[in-house]
Design a protein around this ligand. Sequence first.
Ligand code: BDR
Ligand code: CA
Length: 322
Amino acid sequence: MPAPAQHRIIFDTDPGVDDAMALLLALRSPEIDVVGLTTVFGNSTVDVTTRNALNLLALAGRTDIPVARGAGCPLVMPLGGTGEWVHGDDAMGNVGWHAQLDPAQRPVDKHAAEFIVEQVMAHPGEITLVPVAPLTNLALALRLEPRVARNVRQVVMMGGAALSPGNVSPVAEANIYGDPHAADIVFAAEWPIVMAGLDLTESMHADNRIWHLLRDSGDPFGVFLARAVGFYQSFHATWYGLENGATYMHDPCTIAYLIDPTLFEGEDWAITVPVEGPAKGATIVDRRGKFYKTPKVHCLLKGDETGLLRLFQQRLAKIPPQ
Ligand code: BDR
Ligand code: CA
């Protein structure tokens, strides 16, 4: 009998090339049971991110996992720019996903926030929320049922920049900037949060050594990711000057943290998010621990890149049985 999964997760996502990396890593990890996907705008519109979520599950042969479509715009602001310039026109590296792979697949008849509330309240203390996109669905879930905060096991998110510069403004990271009002609500709630922000994720790269290994592996997950990553690699080369096909491993850091938290180090700081002005979407951390009264967030600052890549290649470059 295989050991039961240690983490039951709801993956809140805007797929997205690195979202796909994280999801496929999770689906290949016995430590993780994916209870559902919730979708949100971000790397593209919610129509596109929902289609991509459904397609990823079809590709993975996991259409048993429910997808709940979520917010199409931020809580307060109008929808700003989406991330096709980073992830391609189809938000999946221009693999040509302009329709559903399985046209019969449908999202569940429930908003993402309702899905989160229903699952968390039905399984108190068991569900880990893994948001890797703007935090709108989590904020809506808190508004719908504030008791979700005390009933989740933890929140392990990709977003923010504690000490590092931003990636969509001098100070703001994309997922927080996408809906700063939602982020501020999420950071103020009484739930344990682990934040994998740019401090960590821009120190974790995969380059052609990994991408070629996946491409040549014969593993359908690895081969797909190696195809999807091309556009994302070009973005990293032109925008950041990264060499040898290197890309940042933003969203996969959340899943790697769940699988092996000993790979990471961080500090506990309370966070506030300005919602307008030049600092909009920044994650201001109270390093003195004197100014903010909200719960402390575990901000990951460093990680073992070799350990992450070992996990990634072991699980996504497996040759399937003949
Ligand atoms: C985050 O923004 C999105 O482009 C990525 O999917 C990731 O979640 C990085 O800032
Ligand atoms: Ca994402």
